[in-house]
Design a protein around this ligand. Structure first.
Ligand SMILES: C[S@@+](CC[C@H](N)C(=O)[O-])C[C@H]1O[C@@H](n2cnc3c(N)ncnc32)[C@H](O)[C@@H]1O
Length: 268
């Protein structure tokens, strides 16, 4: 946080008890014109004042208190503490993401992976098994000129996916499907598997790639990276494929002791 912003916030909250003032959030996510902050339980009685102070200092429309992202659809449980609007347009890497943060997630921490996918080889056939609002689909279409079959099961996320495909002028490259990825039949050079439970869809993913690459995400407890490679090798063996792990990157710390890791796995 800029020192000037911190000073402005502290000044407007100077009447709050000292322990509350002392550990006001230093970090934040700015998604479009919405600020997301994490508050502790002793901030709760003052959350509206804190929300208003951050709203003014950052010049945003809304401030949300961060909650958990839960379930198969990865729906955020955020509370509005200043402003009213939860719909916004976020711009990143020259891509526009239109979304409603009360209905779908946007994980700022995955920014390097969203940028990395934009450097994948050009002109591939890609299946994005958990497309969401287009987190990976849009950079791959826009920067790699690949054709993407974007699969999404949640109607709200699918709605924004379709809007974002049009907004970013990649309708000629992206085909959105409102479907469970297990129902999809097709083939690809590259399959993107960006979901915490991606391992339960590995068999399906292998049926989509004859020769190609799986971009496989897993949330791995510290020291258990072998769990991910074992799952990949076991499933490949079961359906008669050979794999090589070409690369591995830590995306972020997901929770204490758990890493979000992505593997590039070549399949033949
Ligand atoms: C975690 S979000 C996408 C996150 C994104 N990859 C990122 O890095 O920010 C996963 C998306 O997969 C969708 N989803 C979950 N299960 C699915 C399934 N079986 N088939 C298709 N989409 C699914 C959810 O609705 C959600 O929008």
């Amino acid at each position: 946080m800029e020192p000037e912003t911190r000073r402005t916030i502290r000044h407007s909250l100077s009447s709050l008890p000292v322990p509350v003032l002392q550990d006001l959030p230093e970090s934040f996510e700015k998604i479009g014109d919405i600020l997301v902050i994490h508050l502790k339980s002793h901030h709760t009685p003052f959350e509206s004042e804190i929300g208003e102070a951050y709203k003014r200092a950052f010049g945003v429309q809304t401030v949300l208190r961060k909650g958990r992202i839960h379930g198969e659809y990865r729906i955020p449980d955020f509370k509005i503490i200043a402003g009213t609007e939860t719909m916004t347009i976020h711009k990143e890497n020259n891509i526009l993401y239109h979304l409603d943060l009360s209905k779908v997630m946007f994980c700022s921490g995955n920014i390097h992976e969203r940028i990395r996918v934009s450097t994948f080889p050009r002109d591939e056939e890609v299946v994005d098994m958990f497309a969401g609002i287009g987190y990976f689909t849009l950079p791959i279409a826009k920067y790699c000129h690949s054709r993407v079959q974007a699969l999404e099961k949640n109607e709200h996320a699918y709605h924004f996916l379709c809007e974002n495909v049009a907004l970013n002028r990649v309708t000629h490259l992206v085909t959105p499907h409102l479907t469970d990825c297990n129902e999809y039949e097709g083939s690809a050079d590259r399959v993107i598997m960006g979901h915490p439970k991606a391992h339960t869809y590995l068999e399906k993913a292998f049926t989509l790639v004859d020769r190609g690459v799986l971009v496989y995400h897993e949330f791995v407890p510290e020291g258990r990276i072998d769990r991910a490679t074992e799952r990949l090798a076991d499933t490949a063996g079961k359906i008669g494929k050979e794999i090589t792990i070409e690369g591995m990157r830590r995306i972020k710390k997901y929770s204490p002791g758990v890493w979000h890791i992505v593997f590039d796995v070549s399949v033949r």
